[in-house]
Design a protein around this ligand. Structure first.
Ligand code: ATP
Ligand code: MN
Length: 536
């Protein structure tokens, strides 16, 4: 790490309405780490990583995410519960309050950018109330060189004031916290929450509008890596399905773990400069790359440490969503810059807590579009409620909370690109096997990795060519054999030991798929509709 402030440049932020603030501009990660300790806002873990508590919020708050409804967004955004409109003048008033709140305070300002491909670069200036939030921005966004910094012209502004509480009655928010995007002013305004994920997902949301609308580029909630053969693989999936875990593969170069664009020039690029991994039950044995990335420069969130500053990754007393952020160079095997060519394999990851989807299956183009629009995973009900029943969760494009446009816009782009690139699409169940949550167990990471490896090196196709089992309920092509995976694991029905229970649950899930898809039916063609489950 660089120990000293990398620049002698100074900036003023008066023009943003933040007056007489003490500005800490472009501090190094080490300096921000130290500042955080000095201000008693964090502790040092014995790995050397910084450990912070994000406060009241330990996850994103989708109900408090707004988009300003104006001439740019009015006719393009898919308004509703996901993209909640916010009035422009309410935004202006709230912006004034937040900037007034930050005035005369110490603030941490960082210039950075998103999008690893030069042609798509989006310059970002982040103003944070807290040093560790600014260090998060250092970790997660791309870091300009000193030369780039000299001539840096910020395009988007992120104002991040976790300590500012909105007054819903006056400010037009739902409650005291908010994350609001303003495309006309190019501002992300975040207040009342210290959860750092809001910072990166704010810019992700912005790019999910800008790239398809202005740049003919498909934005994706996926991870990506590239093999020794130069072939790119991408992994779509909702939170907790394994994007970060499975893209960290020592044999493949990591492109990125969460947000990518697929360009008209047949390339894939990372939006970010770092990773944000879940650390619940993290072990060195199962996930060595992530484990080893937790060192000075990394920020642990909401973990519990013992008296010797050892982290207990099994302790979820603050939240299940314990996290670590680190710059991508903490991973040994990375692609520099974070760009790959057209993918050869696309994986849709799902954590099926019903335990009925095959651990891996091959999708037809119609099924690929159907499953992309569906965006299925399952949530396991809170253990404290004493409920063991999983709840199906459908989130279009495997990332609905971040997609300002109608899901079919993204689906159309993806279908076209998949066709042009001639990719293989696989549905991977990283969730339960041997029964639903409560009875079965989570799929062994070792097996999931082996299945993905076999899909990528062609040995899975080779071993099952023209001989896949067609799943009677989901219509998916289920391989009969897979190198390095016990054959009985490949058929979820066989792992259950209870055919009746299996089919009952499978049909129930198939029915949920169909229920959910109703709202998209009028947009889908015959091929996509043909990708629906057979049962249900
Ligand atoms: P987010 O979008 O929130 O970042 P993500 O898709 O990146 O989520 P991960 O951070 O990779 O999800 O989380 C997957 C979690 O599931 C990890 O804690 C991992 O250890 C665990 N896990 C257990 N079994 C498997 C498996 N078979 N495949 C993938 N992950 C597994
Ligand atoms: Mn992730």
């Amino acid at each position: 790490m660089v120990d000293k402030n990398q620049t002698t440049k100074t900036i003023s932020i008066d023009k943003y309405g933040i007056k007489s603030a003490t500005i800490h501009y472009q501090l190094s990660a080490t300096e921000l780490h130290e500042e955080t300790l000095q201000k008693n806002q964090g502790k040092e873990a014995n790995s050397g990583a910084l450990a912070v508590n994000t406060g009241e919020f330990t996850g994103r708050s989708p109900k408090d995410r707004f988009i300003v409804k104006d001439d740019i967004t009015r006719d393009k955004v898919w308004w509703g519960d996901i993209n909640i409109p916010f009035e422009a003048d309410k935004f202006d008033a709230l912006y004034d309050k937040v900037t007034n709140y930050l005035s005369e305070k110490e603030v941490y300002v960082r210039d950075s950018y998103a999008c690893a491909d030069e042609n798509y670069k989006l310059n970002i200036r982040v103003v944070n109330e807290y040093p560790w939030s600014n260090m998060f921005a250092y970790n997660m966004f791309l870091r300009p060189t000193e030369e780039e910094l000299d001539s840096f012209d910020p395009e988007w502004l992120i104002i991040n004031a976790p300590g500012f509480m909105a007054d819903p009655e006056v400010d037009g928010t739902r409650q005291h916290n908010f994350a609001i995007l303003n495309f006309t002013k190019k501002i992300a305004l975040i207040g009342g929450t210290g959860y750092t994920g809001e910072i990166k997902k704010g810019i992700f949301s912005a790019l999910n509008f800008i790239l398809p609308v202005d740049k003919n580029t498909m934005p994706m909630h996926c991870s990506a890596n590239v093999g020794e053969d130069g072939e790119t693989a991408i992994f779509f999936g909702l939170s907790g399905t394994g994007k970060t875990t499975l893209s960290a593969d020592p044999k493949r170069k990591l492109i990125g773990d969460d947000e990518h664009g697929w360009t008209a020039e047949n390339t894939i690029f990372n939006f970010e400069g770092g990773c944000y991994a879940k650390v619940i039950n993290l072990s060195k044995e199962n996930e060595p790359d992530i484990y080893n990335a937790i060192k000075p420069g990394a920020i642990l969130e909401n973990v519990i440490m013992d008296d010797n500053a050892n982290v207990d990754y099994t302790n979820t007393s603050i939240t299940q969503n314990t996290r670590v952020s680190y710059p991508i160079y903490h991973i040994d095997n990375i692609q520099i810059p974070s760009i790959g060519k057209n993918p050869k394999n696309i994986f849709f990851l799902t954590a099926d807590a019903f335990g009925v989807l095959p651990p891996i299956s091959k999708l037809t183009p119609g099924q690929a579009a159907y499953h992309f629009i569906s965006g299925y995973t399952a949530k396991v009900a809170g253990t404290e409620a004493g409920i063991n029943e999983p709840v199906p969760s459908f989130s279009a494009c495997f990332g609905a909370p971040f997609m300002p446009l109608h899901p079919t816009k993204y689906a159309e782009m993806l279908s076209k690109k998949m066709q042009e690139a001639g990719v293989n699409v696989w549905l991977v169940n990283t969730g339960w096997t041997g029964g639903p949550y409560g009875i079965g167990s989570r799929m062994k990471l070792k097996y999931t990795r082996a299945m993905i490896t076999a899909a990528m090196d062609g040995s899975l196709e080779e071993a099952n060519k023209d001989n896949y089992h067609i799943h009677s309920v989901f219509g998916l092509q289920q391989p009969r054999v897979c190198p390095n995976v016990p054959t009985e694991v490949l058929s979820p029905r066989k792992t259950w030991n209870n055919d009746e229970g299996y089919y009952e649950t499978a049909h129930k899930l198939a029915k949920s798929f169909k229920e959910n898809f109703k709202k998209f039916e009028s947009y889908a063609n015959e091929e996509i509709l043909g990708g629906a489950p057979l049962g249900g």
